[in-house]
Design a protein around this ligand. Structure first.
Ligand code: SAJ
Length: 412
């Protein structure tokens, strides 16, 4: 008999969430708020301590409050070991290796760690973004030992799709793709998500679900690459890229995204490579777009250093280090690469302001007034709301490289 899930029986079900990061912790907190008994398993001991004190170890709107409520009701507890459960939710990172191959070590080791606890009838869900075939690999891990027979478990891929900064809303409201390793797994997994997701559930097989998630992020990467290419083109033509895009977007079927300092975060710079690694011959556009986006930070760095040559003792201020506006997430941030490039060049003194960080290992952080005070060149690298409030006159008589169009947007 497959396990049943309904809003009325949440309190009878235990969930082991493996990995309490940007996806796992919000999901664990939402599940706990629905009445599930949630055992969070996280290898980072300090994150475990923070969560058990009723706080989130990451900055995300309203997450602290939800974690506190979940811990206070006793429905959420974090641990450094996994436990038996009805449902195992794998929310671990799936990075890329240096040569752009998928690194599945976290997923596979998570599967091996929980394998001794898994019982017939358990539902195992892979939420981590993964290359096609990963769910099938997990099936081999669980069924390979001989203790469990194919069909004993319900195994599915339900890729996370939340946008940092809007995670709590999107965990609940986004449509979800549910791809089972087999048809019963798809059904059981969908029944589980129906208890806490208000968005539509789209049922398919695991391989299609894995591919669809990667396609979403590759689509965004290709579209951002187009915008970034336009910024290079406009520079060469000596026209304003923002105005050009704004005008082109007046066409009813054109919707160009925004150029930026490059593409950061733990997903979009990584996921397209999974498609390239899976089918190198068929992914020329996806690979080219990656190249365009990867070159953008160097292009900005070169421009900044070229301007610096005009000064005797140049000072360059970098506004923002995060990978995108209004988050504390620095992963794969192009702004960091640019700031580091300036520092390593030794060709200018550097001032760095990042309001979402108290400190940074590589840079002495200052507030924006201090950063701008004696700067000859200002790089606006992240469109944080804080920077929108900087008075216009603070930028006067300085060379501005506004990589994300902040001043233009603000002045409109
Ligand atoms: N960016 C631009 N120009 C734009 C939009 C974004 O340069 O017009 C840059 C951002 O500054 C950032 C990067 O792209 O450096 C990615 O930011 P993002 O907001 O596009 O996406 P992420 O990485 O925060 O989250 C994405 C989302 N995927 C899609 O929108 C298709 C999210 O829904 C996924 O859940 C997430 O990846 C993930 O975890 O896969």
């Amino acid at each position: 008999m497959p396990p049943t899930f309904s809003p009325a029986t949440c309190g009878e079900r235990t969930i082991c969430v493996v990995g309490l990061g940007y996806t796992g912790l919000p999901t664990a907190a939402v599940l706990a708020s629905r009445g599930y008994r949630v055992h969070g398993y996280e290898i980072n001991e300090s994150a475990v301590e923070t969560i058990n004190e009723g706080r989130a170890h990451i900055v995300e709107p309203e997450l602290d409050m939800l974690v506190r409520a979940a811990v206070n009701t006793g429905n959420l507890r974090a641990h450094t070991t996994p436990a038996e459960a009805d449902v195992f939710l794998l929310c671990v990172p799936t990075p890329c290796t240096e040569d752009h191959q998928p690194d599945l070590s976290h997923v596979l080791s998570a599967a091996e760690t929980i394998a001794p606890m898994v019982r017939p009838g358990n539902l195992i869900i892979l939420e981590s973004t993964s290359p096609p075939g990963t769910t099938a690999k997990l099936a081999e891990t669980f069924y390979g030992s001989g203790d469990l027979q194919p069909g004993d478990l319900y195994l599915a891929h339900a890729p996370e799709r939340v946008l940092p900064g809007r995670i709590l809303r999107e965990v609940v409201e986004n449509d979800r793709i549910i791809g089972g390793h087999d048809a019963p797994s798809t059904e059981v997994c969908a029944e589980f998500y129906r208890t806490f997701v208000s968005g539509a559930l789209h049922l398919t097989d695991a391989r299609t679900a894995e591919t669809a998630k990667l396609v979403e992020n590759a689509y965004r990467d290709v579209n951002i690459a187009f915008a970034n290419e336009l910024s290079l083109l406009s520079d060469e033509l000596d026209i304003d890229v923002w105005e050009t895009i704004e005008l082109a977007n007046r066409h009813p079927r054109v919707e160009i995204l925004k150029p930026g300092p490059g593409v950061g975060g733990h997903c979009i710079p990584v996921d397209p490579w999974f498609l390239v690694a899976t089918a190198p011959e068929s992914t020329t556009l996806i690979r080219t777009a990656r190249g365009v986006n990867e070159r953008k930070p160097d292009w900005i760095l070169e421009r900044a250093l070229r301007h610096a040559e005009r000064f005797k003792d140049p000072v360059i201020a970098c506004l923002g280090l995060a990978y995108k506006p209004n988050v504390d997430d620095m992963r794969e941030s192009p702004a960091i690469d640019i700031a580091r490039g300036i520092k390593d060049s030794g060709k200018a003194a550097l001032r760095v302001c990042e309001p979402y960080l108290e400190s940074h290992d590589d840079f002495a952080l200052v507030d924006h007034d201090t950063a701008l005070h004696d700067a000859d060149i200002v790089l606006i690298l992240v469109a944080h709301d804080d920077f929108r409030r900087i008075p216009r006159k603070s930028f006067e008589e300085k060379i501005i490289i506004d990589a994300c169009g902040l001043l233009r947007e603000r002045d409109r």
